[in-house]
Design a protein around this ligand. Sequence first.
Ligand code: FES
Length: 266
Amino acid sequence: MSSTTDASAARAQIAARTLRTDRWWLPPLATFIAFTAWVAYATVRSFMQEYYYVAEYNYLTPFYSPCVSVGCVPEASHLGQFLPDVWWLPYAAVSLPFLLLFRLTCYYYRKAYYRAFWLSPPACAVAEPHAKYTGETRFPLIMQNLHRYFFYIATAIALLNTYDAILSFTKADGSFGLGLGNIILVVNVVFLWGYSLSCHSCRSIIGGRLNHFSKHPVRYKLWGFVSRLNTKHMQYAWITLATLAFTDFYVMAVSAGWISDLRIVG
Ligand code: FES
């Protein structure tokens, strides 16, 4: 096989689009609906510029961390406030684009949205509508190779989210507090770490470029741990979409006064 174009020319010449008789269109359709709904929610929330922080319990939604606009509450601005407060700039404009790029270039999400949005191909053994296939060898898809750099940035942001979750155990008056919001923030952070550490680039960074695992026992152990997580990467990708949206919604609901936080201590 000399090139990707040759590969598509070499496909079996079958008149029917597919010979599959199962409901192969269901997974890409479900992915399309779920991704569209999630992106719509996240976009609205990112530009809302309110209901992102619960002062009494120190709850900060991950969609606004770090909050770097001059319009942010100071308690949410771990990295300072240096962006103008204008409606078209999300308060977390320094982290959101990188988180988006981290997920856009993720190996699992690529598979999911290539199928669900570009139908390239929509499923195994189903012909795609595109006449030519060039893979990820040209601009813009060659940029998918930047994934490992977005991984580094996303890891730094996950550290900030962890810091937010820890801070939330201290109430505004300085005393310890524990409520349902703390549990939701912590669960979200744990799954975010599951997603980040199960990343294929993470596995390659930890265990790659080694000729002898026996000479690097610590990296070998870590690689084994990350490899086990890696088998569940798709699940983490979906679970974190759910935990992120739910965490944000909960903080919004408490912040807006729609519900009260369920308090366990304090
Ligand atoms: Fe999915 Fe890296 S492969 S986050």
